[in-house]
Design a protein around this ligand. Structure first.
Ligand code: PRX
Length: 678
């Protein structure tokens, strides 16, 4: 009974809410008057006829050591290479080049979670000094050089972008693991990327508590070792330099306090390494359809050009703006739109350590008021939570947003309208940006001064991004068809990931095989990119994203593989089978429900359920904790033994289970329904 069973899916798209089309909202004249992009000719310039040369406009936002000669090299299709022949450094573009004009301007405002702690304002000059010293340390003390991978498991403090930019300065490929992930998850990523160095922190604040983070490093190192990957050095940034804030002891000869070692490198300057445009800049692991996370490999020149261009035109960032994206830098949103994009444009970017509602529902709006934030960027989950705990809070504070972003999940029109009217006071332009870890930057969004907003719709394809919706047979569903299908992108773009680290076959099969016209083709037109989302395209060319069509679920805007959760549950020895289904949730959007069947002779109990839940938190992290662990007598199965996840999904969402008479065991459906719906 414990052998692996095939599973029949229920997807997010199947349980998606199908809200109707909404009316347009126009951006204000005040916004348009100051916007970076007001030329509607941009859509024509970035039409398919002008592809790929249109992307020169993005490349020219960067400083190049050597200008590129080939804009797009398709010879290794579908591993596209952008700006080939060019030499560039990301750290230089985000830091050094701003010194002439903006040396004394704030690059990073760091807001500690405890309100009694002072906000730290890091100028570009100070950032330059810290990045150089850290680069010197990585080079000399750790022996790292271009092409090496290093795993970061850092919380939200300036030490994280400093470390990333120090890596980028050397051409070292950073792989930051979301701080909330477990030591075990961190280990998997250390092993997959082949990192010898782990950079972590002793502690950080969350919900008013100082969390011991160092203990996760010990687990990560031990687990990585078991899997054959030795970590030689662990660098530990201290939350309070010089003071130990963790009960977990340092390991002699392995662990070093970063801030202590840095003393040996004070004042050191490291020349940025002139990297080929297509050299990898970082890995960002994300969940897929199998248990093993995929290391999305992003390049240097293409990625940086794309996030800089989209930060300028969609986020409308000017150097004088104070920009706050509330995401965690441990996700792609933070990489692209807290660190690389905003800093490449010399903006002041805000890093907030803690949770948005700590210590009360007004915290975000106080931060906005105190720092003069004028561009605000967050996810529907946070908007729903802020609306729930403090629907009238924003009015109590004196801030003024010109622009707001939503990202990561579909946003309900009702929630959108609260964001617009109450948070943005009907003055701020909103962009709903749809994209993915893989895509590096936005795929669909309005350009805020050029296109009207429509609640619940991400908007049209970005300039130079040409989406298409295919049905299961590969037929195009035109705008206004009123039918959902699989949204794909017809063409490559500079921000797209280059491959899955160490697994080109998986890259091709997951993203390009489905609608590929000719596997031997070197013509990009034969290789539409499969996003894995379901979408509908309205008459006006705006896309509404419905959710995932694969085994990925989006919990609070965080991507989790159902297979990852299931394998974590199977670590508990009493468990014979496990199935995860997405459930609609008011705040989180989607939550995982976990069904398990135990091995013969084992009785279900609250203790076993708790043990399974804990196993998931230990293996993956607290964000993956299931809503409920349902211990069922048996899984509903087809006669060939497939678990009918669709039926479980319907039960969890109080939907229609459909015809169950063809199941091998229709009687369990009623039993499970009673258990879950009571
Ligand atoms: O399903 C889509 C959803 O989030 C997925 C990508 O998740 P991740 O790689 O973690 O990146 C999140 C930040 C870009 C997508 O496949 N998604 C993302 N943005 C939106 C969205 N769904 C609806 N509307 C969005 N704006």
């Amino acid at each position: 009974m414990a052998e692996k069973k095939e599973v029949v899916e229920t997807s997010e798209a199947q349980i998606a809410v199908h809200w109707g089309e909404e009316a347009y909202y126009e951006p204000s004249a005040e916004f348009i008057a100051q916007a970076n992009m007001t030329d509607s000719g941009i859509y024509e310039r970035f039409s398919l006829d002008n592809f790929p040369n249109c992307f020169k406009e993005y490349a020219d936002l960067l400083d190049w050591y050597e200008y590129w000669d080939t804009i797009l090299d398709t010879s290794d299709a579908p591993c596209w290479k952008w700006f080939v022949g060019g030499k560039v450094n990301a750290s230089y573009n985000c830091v050094d080049r701003h010194l002439a004009k903006h040396k004394n301007k704030t690059a990073i405002h760091f807001v500690p979670e405890l309100e009694e702690e002072k906000t730290e304002h890091v100028t570009f000059q100070e950032l330059y000094v810290r990045v150089n010293e850290m680069a010197a340390l990585l080079q000399d003390f750790c022996g790292l050089k271009a092409g090496d991978r290093v795993t970061l498991h850092l919380p939200m403090t300036p030490d994280l972008p400093v470390t990333m930019l120090a890596c980028a300065r050397l051409g070292v490929i950073h792989s930051q693991v979301f701080g909330g992930f477990s030591g075990k998850s961190c280990a998997d990523r250390i092993v997959d990327s082949g990192s010898n160095v782990l950079i972590t922190a002793d502690s950080y604040y969350r919900g008013g508590k100082l969390i011991d983070h160092k203990e996760k490093a010990d687990t990560a190192v031990a687990e990585a070792k078991k899997a054959g990957q030795t970590v030689d050095k662990v660098l530990v940034w201290q939350r309070y330099p010089g003071k130990n804030s963790t009960p977990t002891p340092m390991v002699e000869g392995l662990d070093y306090f970063t801030n202590d070692v840095l003393k040996n490198y004070y004042g050191k300057i490291v020349e940025p390494v002139r990297m080929p445009a297509e050299a990898p800049l970082f890995l960002m692991y994300t969940s897929g359809t199998t248990g093993k996370p995929k290391g999305c490999q992003h390049g240097t020149g293409g990625y940086l050009a794309y996030v800089t261009g989209t930060s300028k035109f969609v986020q409308d960032i000017h150097p004088e703006d104070v920009y706050w994206c509330m995401a965690d830098i441990g996700w792609i949103t933070g990489h692209s739109y807290i660190v690389y994009g905003p800093l490449a444009l010399a903006a002041s970017t805000v890093i907030y350590e803690g949770i948005p509602t700590y210590p009360d529902a007004g915290r975000c709006w106080r931060i906005a008021q105190d720092l003069d934030v004028n561009i605000f960027h967050t996810a529907p989950t946070a908007i729903r939570a802020l609306r729930k705990v403090g629907p009238d809070e924003p009015a109590k504070y004196n801030y003024k947003f010109k622009h707001m972003t939503t990202v990561g999940e579909p946003i309900e029109p009702e929630v959108w309208k609260w964001y617009y009217n109450v948070v943005g006071r009907g003055e701020a332009a909103i962009v709903d940006t749809w994209w993915q870890t893989e895509t590096g930057g936005f795929l669909c969004s309005t350009i805020p001064a050029l296109k009207a907003m429509k609640p619940g719709s991400a908007g049209p394809g970005m300039p130079g991004i040409h989406p298409v919706i295919y049905d299961d047979e590969g037929k195009e569903l035109p705008a206004g068809a009123g039918k959902a299908g699989n949204i794909c992108i017809r063409n490559p773009w500079p921000g797209g990931f280059q491959t899955i680290w160490g697994d080109r076959d998986r890259f091709v099969s997951t993203y390009y095989e489905r609608y590929c016209r000719d596997k031997n083709s070197k013509n990009w037109e034969d290789w539409p990119y499969l996003t894995g989302d379901a979408a509908v395209e309205a008459e006006d060319g705006y896309f509404r994203i419905l959710g995932r069509i694969d085994d990925v679920i989006n919990v609070s805007g965080h991507r989790l593989g159902t297979k990852e959760l299931e394998s974590a549950a199977l670590v508990v020895q009493e468990v014979a089978e496990a199935a995860v289904v997405p459930v609609k949730h008011d705040i989180k959007g989607i939550e995982p429900d976990l069904y398990v069947a135990l091995k013969p002779g084992i009785e279900g109990s609250d203790e076993i359920a708790a043990k399974i839940s804990k196993a998931i938190v230990d293996e993956i992290g607290a964000i993956a904790r299931p809503r409920k662990v349902w211990i069922v007598p048996d899984m509903p199965k087809t006669r060939s033994g497939k678990i009918m996840r669709r039926v479980l999904g319907a039960i969890s969402n109080k939907g229609d289970v459909g015809d169950t008479m063809t199941l091998a065991n229709p009687e369990v459906v009623e039993e499970i329904t009673k258990m879950v719906q009571n």
